[in-house]
Design a binder for this molecule. Structure first.
Ligand code: GTB
Length: 216
């Protein structure tokens, strides 16, 4: 059964692939599972039909037969469990890959998002510069720790996995900020993710939505 993913009809990121449908598209491309996309306006995301799928009125959601999921991490985990390629067979290696999924979403992503939100919402506050410096230090701390763990390996904990897919997806939000670039091994790690054919296909698909919306 072909799953359906929801995505922004017009992504505020201008087609940079930063919205969270991108990680789901990437996971589906990695495992070779075709999918359909239902595009939603901000208004439609808050209407009953979508709220029945997503209690918080957000994207992405994932529908497959009578299964409906929300939360990008849970969706990527579901895809990784149902298909070969994103989680190792060895039970311990699999548990470690899942640990990296949680690390990406609960340790790395929050300070990155907090910094982004401050840059959008708090820019006019008198204390903005000081707060921004503090938030950047929080992000640097995590990047330094992650960089130390990655060392000169290609991927976290062995081969490419759902943990690496989510970690690269999260770090991509920092691309061009200067912060990621302070850690060359992490910048190279992100570039390795972006170079994967599955990533390229997923990126092109979400970019095509933005291009079509801009033309229309
Ligand atoms: N924890 C949830 C998950 O992982 O699935 C979070 C889902 C979420 O934040 N969805 C966002 C959304 O639907 C889109 S991805 N927002 C609309 C709303 O809440 O009303 C977050 C996002 C949005 C825009 C950019 N951007 O423009 O760069 C990047 C990321």
């Amino acid at each position: 059964m072909t799953p359906t993913v929801t995505a922004f009809e017009r992504s505020p990121d201008g087609g940079k692939g930063l919205a969270r449908d991108m990680r789901v598209r990437w996971a589906l491309e990695e495992v070779g599972q075709p999918y359909e996309v239902r595009l939603l306006s901000f208004k439609a995301m808050k209407e009953p039909a979508h709220l029945a799928l997503h209690p918080f009125g957000q994207i992405p959601t994932y529908e497959e037969g009578d299964l409906a999921l929300f939360e990008s991490g849970a969706i990527v985990f579901h895809i990784a469990e149902r298909h070969a390629g994103l989680l190792p067979d060895d039970a311990n290696a699999r548990a470690r890959a899942i640990t990296w999924m949680f690390a990406a979403l609960t340790t790395m992503e929050p300070p990155i998002v907090e910094r982004e939100m401050a840059m959008i919402l708090e820019r006019d506050e008198a204390w903005y510069e000081q707060r921004l410096r503090g938030l950047e230090e929080s992000v640097r701390k995590r990047l330094g720790e992650l960089s130390a763990r990655l060392g000169d390996a290609g991927w976290l904990d062995g081969g490419f996995s759902a943990g690496n897919l989510l970690m690269v997806s999260v770090l991509l939000r920092l691309k061009g900020s200067g912060l990621l670039e302070e850690y060359p091994s992490l910048a190279a790690y992100v570039a390795r993710g972006e170079a994967r054919p599955a990533y390229t296909r997923a990126f092109a698909a979400q970019r095509a939505v933005f291009t079509a919306a801009s033309a229309g």
